[in-house]
Design a protein around this ligand. Sequence first.
Ligand SMILES: N[C@@H](CCC(=O)N[C@@H](CS)C(=O)NCC(=O)O)C(=O)O
Length: 404
Amino acid sequence: MAAMEVAKICFRSYKNKSFCVYRLAERCLLNKYGLINVRHLSTHRGPNMANTRKGSTLMFGLFGISMGALVGAGYSYHKMSQANAPLINKELDITPVLEKLPDVQISREVTSPGDTTDLKLTLFQYPTCPFCCKVRAFLDYYGFSYQIVEVNPVLRQQIKWTDYKKVPIVLANVEDGYQQLNDSSMIISALTSYLHDRDQGLKDIVKCYPCIEFNDESGNVKKEILNRYFLMYQGNIPQGRSKEDILEERKWRKWADDVLVHVLSPNVYRTREEAMQAFNWFSEVGEWEKHFAAWERYMIIYVGAHAMWIIGKRLKKRHNLKDDVRLSLYDTCNHWTKSLNKQGTKFMGGDTPNLSDLAVYGVLNSIEGCIAFQDLIDNTKIGTWYNDMKDKVQSHAGYAAMNA
Ligand SMILES: N[C@@H](CCC(=O)N[C@@H](CS)C(=O)NCC(=O)O)C(=O)O
């Protein structure tokens, strides 16, 4: 019964388009006690219930159908009026300057003697989230020093201080406190713009990435961080860069988020065995043994893997992937390597990586411990570029650019 509920939660998480299994685990556990209550309620019977059961079944059935119809009609009406509601473009203030760092435990520190920024960055993350891996690839490549706060996937108390409900989040030291940066692409764009011209001031740069809330055409409230793929060069384009090359970089960064990320889940959970292996790896990297009791961890791994295996098939349809999703993974990555070959350079950025190389590398890096990743390396030519990227990132090869 509990297992059924975990599976249902996985499907709910799929409907909400949640990418990370961490959120799935959270939902499983947060609902745990609720689920148990539901079970008790539904199996509880009053003393005369057995006798009256047959007679009342019809009544309850009719009542249920009428209520269902009423609720359905009400919901459709609500959705229709929402869809017809005017679009609201409300600007949200979710990137404030905090007076001091939130009172959270720092999990580890990455120190780079070459960091001359004094930004004292703090990254709030889940270790295998593709968006967080993207930010780490960027920070490591340029040789930023930063602290990492591992967000507890169950309670997420480490990010309770903010209204922004996702990771990654970065806090950066500014003159009057700590500037909050949300969304992987915005974090990368804002910090790159800052490296280009530190006189702009990070606080002013952040103002170029407002977050707005609006109703989409189906009436759902959506939030979006505007300009997140744009670098704020303020007309002062760096030497050696052209407008075309900046546009191309932007296009590929967007591709990493809109296309590449979506082939990952169906591949990582392609078969039951792969899903189990992936969940075991997530458990290891995310140190689930610290967060969950052994039985909870096994249940999440087992039930979660099976549910995600089924959900993976739906995601395959949603994103129009091939019947054998591995082919879509190969195709997507081949599209990247073919474009590189056509360009005739080692990296998309030329002799050195640019932000699109870092984005694609970061996203792929998030599945490095999964069977799908090894399969990808064995069956495509992306390995050469990937390993070159790994060398560049791990050796902080962008350090010179930071100090240019
Ligand atoms: N567009 C965001 C997406 C971030 C995102 O979806 N993060 C997931 C983790 S992989 C998350 O925190 N989800 C929270 C939730 O589902 O409530 C980015 O690029 O940073």
